[in-house]
Design a binder for this molecule. Sequence first.
Ligand code: SF4
Ligand code: MG
Length: 306
Amino acid sequence: VFDVSTPWLNRMIERKPKRYLHAVQDVTFIVQKGKCLALVGESGCGKSTVARLVTGLYEPTEGAIVFAPASDGKPMEAQMIFQDPHASLNPRWRVGDIIAEPIREFGLRDSPAAESERVADLLKIVGLSPDDSRRYPHEFSGGQRQRISIARALASEPEFLVCDEPTSALDVSVQAQILNLMRKLQDELGLTYLFISHNLAVVRHMADRIAVMYLGRIVEEADTEALFANPQHPYTKLLLQTIPDVASPNRDRALMGGEPPSPLDPPKGCAFHPRCPLAADICSRDAPKSRERQGGGVVACHMAPL
Ligand code: SF4
Ligand code: MG
């Protein structure tokens, strides 16, 4: 729950004066160590807000985010990878300095030589060359810039990475390369991921578990295989049907019944009811509670099988 009078939120929601926006509500999930949980939903569903809450960029007004201790016993540190590496890399800095900054900030190497060595290693880990440290971000392609962002995120040796649409700005072929790199890094470094995406196809091969969000709430959550094999929330089913089709990009919105309603003024009852093909009277009256889902996980829908 946020007070909309705070400056950053005002900017974010186009200066709606003094109202309360429940950006996310009743959002409960567990990311298991060494696993990947994906949060999936359309833009505006609150998934980026969750990402920023988890990494401490936003403060929750209610509730808590609890981290297990990291393997060295210190509080677990989360790092974030953003959608647009062009915006998140300082264009005036050399790549070497961009990656070295967290190493310096956390005091992880005690000499310039050790620091350069670590930067070179990080560049190699993400598939770039140590010589790239002398170049500037604009000299790289979008995919290479995302590799630089990943190297920077890894520089502070986090165990937990929050990835907000990390491949959405990239061409499809490059997307696959970055996803493969992220999986490889997860295996090799034992990383835990919270992976945010609007695209179920993208998370299918990344995530062990998927939570589907709609207007600030989790409507269904289950293991990836179970969710694909047997989706139970009508919104999940629609998302599965609208897995982006390059041949007919406009088909998605039509199937989904247009844009989602504003999170500032969510529909009463089940927030999905204006777009839901199964909506009944009860749906516009009572909000469905989260309950156990057939086959494991949770679902929040009056019509889901018991
Ligand atoms: Fe559709 Fe009703 Fe289920 Fe909401 S509760 S998803 S409106 S069937
Ligand atoms: Mg977003």
